[in-house]
Design a protein around this ligand. Structure first.
Ligand code: GUN
Length: 289
């Protein structure tokens, strides 16, 4: 029997709807949540992602300001732009769209954004709060979205064996921390490109999460029958007909083996945006308290 599909769009819609009363309370106080998105250069895929974020802001009642700077901008000028946004009391959230040109240090950018406005959750102070399982921090959007979607879909996580393929600072590592937290209680393995016998490790998973950015990497025989599979990959590929399309990290044949699977597109992607909206509202609440 083919796997049940976890509908990320439906789940994201519920998250966004749940933000409406919080936005209304802020509005009553004269506060409009406000997200600034900085885009360096004119990369087409990044422009599409940013448009998706701006559209979500409009749906939720968040003001958005789009700041496009040329790819040739001096790194010091990009940092100055962030400083100005940090100092602007009408702005509650700042996101600098990745990827940046290779000459720029993304870690330095993450660290420059004020901790309270770090709606991506990439600042070392926010990641530190996550490591310590402390409340009050902003949690990275994709990991938060994956956890929320699993809970929403009725997937049991406590006592389950979770294997995450991918150890990125943005997805794999923070997601492992979230899933291993007290109260969530998964037993988590982080696998990566240098993991020996990767297919065999994946086969141990009750919940398998692919977040490596390699189209179709996870094959049907890497998956234990009945496992839950979460596909975080967003890879643009050209198929046999010469058409460009999005592919996840999971081979489509996995849907015949898994019990539950997230689609690409329409799975984790919309959840990332919904969690960005949630973080922006949270940031506005904390800054106006
Ligand atoms: N590029 C692709 N996804 C993201 C994201 O979640 N945040 C940022 N800043 N850039 C991205």
């Amino acid at each position: 029997m083919p796997a049940r599909i976890l509908d990320g769009r439906a789940c994201a819609q519920e998250v966004e709807a749940g933000l409406a009363p919080r936005v209304a309370i802020l509005t009553d106080k004269g506060v409009t949540p406000h997200l600034a998105v900085v885009l360096v250069g004119g990369d087409h895929a990044s422009q599409v992602y940013v448009k998706g974020k701006v559209r979500a802001c409009a749906r939720v009642g968040i003001k958005s300001t789009n700041i496009e700077v040329p790819v040739t901008i001096a790194f010091s000028d990009l940092l100055s732009t962030i400083d100005e946004l940090n100092a602007d009391l009408t702005i509650h959230g700042i996101l600098v769209q990745s990827p940046l040109p290779p000459r720029m240090d993304e870690l330095e950018v993450s660290e420059r954004i004020s901790v309270q406005k770090d709606v991506d959750g990439f600042h070392p102070a926010n990641l530190g709060l996550l490591v310590q399982a402390r409340k009050g921090g902003l949690v990275p959007c994709t990991p938060a979205g994956v956890l929320h979607m699993l809970e929403w879909g009725g997937v049991e996580i406590a006592s389950k064996r979770v294997v995450i393929v991918g150890r990125s600072r943005i997805v794999g590592m923070p997601l492992a921390l979230l899933l291993a937290r007290k109260g969530v209680d998964a037993t988590v393995t982080i696998a990566h490109s240098r993991t020996p016998e990767l297919p065999a490790v994946c086969c141990e998973a009750d919940v398998l999460i692919a977040a490596v950015g390699v189209a179709g990497l996870v094959k049907a025989d890497w998956v234990k029958p009945g496992a839950v599979v979460v596909d975080v990959g967003v890879n643009r590929i050209v198929d046999a007909d010469g058409e460009s399309r999005l592919s996840g990290d999971v081979d489509p044949a996995v849907a015949e083996v898994a019990s539950v699977i997230t689609p690409v597109p329409g799975g984790v992607g919309p959840m990332t945006i919904a969690m960005l909206m949630q973080n922006t509202v949270t940031a506005a609440e904390l800054q106006s308290a």
